[in-house]
Design a protein around this ligand. Structure first.
Ligand code: NDP
Length: 335
């Protein structure tokens, strides 16, 4: 049964006789490969010769060099980091699958197709099954018999069955056909926009607000760093609230807080929403994602040896905030 843009079921039989090559046995690859195998699918792993290769072998998979795995397969799940995928595709996948009559190439993110870093061959169905879940979460859901959300997209449909293959794969990796499981009919473009928009707006804004809050409370109001950090997220209350947002709804979960808290939140949301520069900043990020400015910036950063990435990582790690957090987490026995 499917409703509007929501898809709840996929036909597992459609891909049961295929050889499925999972390329990259990392966060997503390991989780998806294991769930596919548990669902009776014929899975081989393609990986570079490293600890992930050994782990896949230890966990009972046939492991091959990436090109060999693809040559054996009818479908490949390209589950290597987005920044290395174009080279893996060009060097090891395209050359061996170009002579096949039909091949299915699956992505877990829209990035490389949307920005044109990977240009698929004309013999391929190009599909996307992008979990809204980390690899460990996929395995946990699978163990407890529950599904999880995925965005589903089709970029190239030469067989006329690409959507069916995509929903079948979504069921194979445990997202559909189970309580809590849902696929959203989406696209490579949409997935890229919302994924990067999360990473460029509310996530850094959340961290920014922690940093500003910490600075003002500790340096200007003399509050202890421990109190501030526990208040912000170390207590785990934030994680509980986020869970209730998903279960009850963003505004319904207000009821779990005191009326003083509810009043404070509702009135201050109105204040923040009136800050024009905040809207402007969000729109600027959306524009830079859509027009490829960020993708170019990130590509250049990697080509020059990640100087900004490394400098900022060091700067944050050396900050007073990080030092206070380190002391607190050690005292709590978490480090
Ligand atoms: P990982 O960082 O876990 O890496 C996956 C695998 O790729 C690892 O086995 C890794 O080896 C291997 N690898 C790294 N570099 C190379 C290379 N140069 N050539 C060949 N293989 C290489 O990736 P993720 O699982 O995090 O991401 C895979 C895809 O899933 C991406 O498209 C990502 O956007 C998407 N995704 C990820 C989510 C997540 O939770 N992480 C959530 C949803 C989607 P090694 O371990 O040796 O580095």
């Amino acid at each position: 049964m499917n409703r509007g843009n929501l898809i709840f079921e996929g036909d597992l039989e459609l891909i049961r006789d295929m050889v499925i090559a999972v390329i990259g046995y990392g966060n997503q690859g390991r989780a998806q490969a294991n769930v596919l195998r548990d669902n009776g699918m014929n899975v081989v792993i393609g990986n570079i010769r490293d600890y992930a290769w050994e782990r896949a072998e230890r966990e009972g998979f046939e492991v091959y060099e990436i090109d060999k795995a693809c040559s054996k397969a009818d479908m490949a799940l390209l589950l290597v980091p987005d920044e290395v995928a174009p080279k893996v595709y060009a060097d090891y996948i395209a050359p061996v699958v170009k002579s096949k009559k039909h091949f299915i190439l699956d992505f877990a993110s829209g990035y490389n197709i949307f920005y044109g870093f990977i240009r698929p061959l004309s013999n391929m169905d190009v599909i996307m099954v992008a979990p809204r879940m980390i690899g460990e979460g996929i395995l946990n859901m699978h163990r407890s018999g529950r599904g999880y959300p995925v965005l589903i997209g089709v970029e190239q449909d030469i067989s006329g069955k690409a959507w069916d293959y995509a929903t079948s794969l979504a069921a194979g990796i445990g997202a559909l056909n189970r309580p809590g499981g849902v696929g959203v009919r989406s696209s490579f473009r949409e997935e890229t926009l919302i994924d990067l928009m999360t990473e460029h707006t509310w996530m850094p804004l959340l961290t920014t607000s922690f940093l500003i809050y910490y600075n003002i409370m500790v340096n200007e109001y003399g509050v202890s760093p421990e109190s501030v950090l526990l208040e912000l997220y170390v207590s785990g209350e934030l994680a509980e609230t986020a869970r209730e947002m998903a279960e009850l709804g963003l505004f319904e979960q207000f009821k779990l807080h005191s009326r003083t808290s509810q009043y404070g939140q509702m009135t201050r949301i109105k204040r923040f929403l009136k800050i024009e520069s905040l809207w402007k900043a969000f729109r600027r990020e959306a524009e830079e994602i859509k027009d490829g400015t960020f993708a170019k910036e990130w590509m250049l950063e990697q080509r020059t040896g990640n100087p900004v990435f490394n400098r900022l990582m060091e700067e944050y790690k050396r900050s007073d905030f990080a030092k206070s957090e380190d002391l607190l987490l050690k005292a709590l026995g978490r480090r």
